[in-house]
Design a binder for this molecule. Structure first.
Ligand code: HAM
Length: 397
């Protein structure tokens, strides 16, 4: 994942594991406290373990990075903490791998960002993932047209989020919407047919303009990144309160209930934290869930392999063995040395459990000719090798 992020020009940053509680309540209100680990420190300050990294990164940006040339591309790996009910794929401490793109909102910036999220998951070896793309500006323009109040929206959004479309229709009827209009809205939420969506938003300049840009972005995803397995899904509302405009999610259907691997979109936090307004967009991948998806897809994880294991055949050989290991390490060879003085037979058995390519036996007889015995652990073949040749031999194994 790191090499994919850096191949797109992103730079890694780290922020503290805990922040002032206010950083997370500023946008979401006090209600969020129920969902996070909030506590007072010895000085009576209200703090919280971070539930995510977007707000911390934006705080950092406002404090230190506003003058940097744009766009700024930042990525991170880190622990997050949420007071969730633990279950498979949902933990109270979990890892996120994510990024924030600051200073651009062009269609190409959005296309590149979604492509990056997709490729991060593809490049680690996942085969079956789906990208769903929505837009909150379009959704809110439609809410406006239907004349729904703030309270009514608040009631509807969790139902839309959970795809409970029958309930959405019921609530809309209760709000006094004609059945035909309610039905059309529910169809709009569920369709990914561009023509149907266009027809639905026709006459609303804000929604029309936003949808044209969305289409341009989708064209770039297909033509420049060869990503075609995406779906428009206008029912994506996202759980966090700071989103505005583009939103997207990537899921691994194989995971069942907790299938969402990645979530992101455009958002507004910088002005709230006292910075100069600037476009911001990003996403985060649930690292643990990505691993879970790989395991469920029966991905064969590469086994850790050690290049060499050095065994001193007696106590007098310890110093020479450590020296030899050190020379190899300085030349980028991964090496371990037997530290237990356990005898050659047992040490060889242990080396086997480490999945070592070669074992180097350092003994007094071999040292008389400045040599060691090199054992190929795959074939079991042994040969006498000059110490000056050990490095190239091990590297060529
Ligand atoms: P989020 O959708 O809340 O977005 O989290 C991103 C991902 O973290 C989810 O898709 C999921 O894979 C993983 N995740 C969330 N909660 C848990 C949990 N309790 N256990 C395991 N995995 C979990 C954000 O956090 C935004 N900050 C993303 C973002 C960045 N938006 C803009 N920039």
């Amino acid at each position: 994942m790191r090499s994919t992020f850096t191949s797109f020009g992103y730079r890694e940053i780290q922020t503290p594991m805990f922040e002032n509680l206010e950083l997370f309540t500023a946008k979401s209100g006090e209600g969020i406290i129920e969902e996070i680990y909030a506590f007072k420190d010895k000085g009576g300050r209200d703090l919280a373990l971070r539930p995510e990294l977007t707000a911390p990164v934006m705080r950092f940006y406002v404090e230190k990075l506003q003058m940097e040339p744009k766009p700024l591309k930042l990525f991170y790996f880190g622990s997050c903490f949420r007071y969730d009910r633990p279950q498979k794929g949902r933990y109270r401490e979990f890892q996120q791998a994510g990024c924030e793109l600051i200073g651009t909102n062009t269609t190409e910036a959005y296309a590149e960002l979604i492509a990056l999220a997709y490729l991060l998951l593809k490049n680690i070896g996942l085969t079956n993932i789906n990208v769903n793309i929505g837009n909150l500006t379009i959704l809110s323009a439609v809410f406006d047209r239907l004349g729904l109040s703030k309270d009514q929206r608040k009631h509807l959004i969790p139902l839309i989020d959970k795809s409970l479309f029958d309930d959405v229709q019921t609530v809309l009827s209760e709000c006094g919407l004609e059945p035909k209009k309610a039905q059309d809205f529910v169809t709009f939420l569920q369709t990914s047919d561009k023509e149907k969506i266009k027809k639905f938003v026709k006459g609303d300049p804000v929604a029309e303009n936003e949808f044209t840009n969305l289409e341009k972005m989708l064209d770039l995803l297909g033509s420049s990144f060869q990503i075609k397995n995406y779906q428009i899904k206008l029912s994506i509302v996202r759980g966090l309160d700071y989103y505005k405009g583009l939103v997207f999610e990537i899921e691994a259907p194989i995971l069942g209930a907790e299938k969402q691997l990645c979530g992101g979109g455009a958002y507004e936090l910088v002005p709230l934290f006292g910075g100069t307004d600037v476009p911001t967009v990003g996403f985060a991948i649930g690292f643990d869930r990505a691993i879970l998806a790989l395991e469920t897809e029966k991905f064969s994880f590469p086994k850790k392999q050690l290049d060499a294991f050095v065994i001193p055949v007696n106590e007098e050989m310890i110093q020479k063995s450590l020296q030899l290991a050190q020379i190899l390490r300085q030349n980028n060879v991964t090496v371990d040395v037997d530290l237990l003085r356990r005898g050659v037979g047992k040490a060889l058995k242990y080396a086997n459990t480490l999945n070592v390519k070669t074992v180097l036996l350092v003994g007094p007889k071999e040292l008389e000719t400045d040599s060691v015995t090199l054992r190929d652990m795959k074939t079991g073949n042994q040969e006498l090798v000059k110490i000056s040749d050990v490095l190239s031999k091990v590297k060529n194994m």
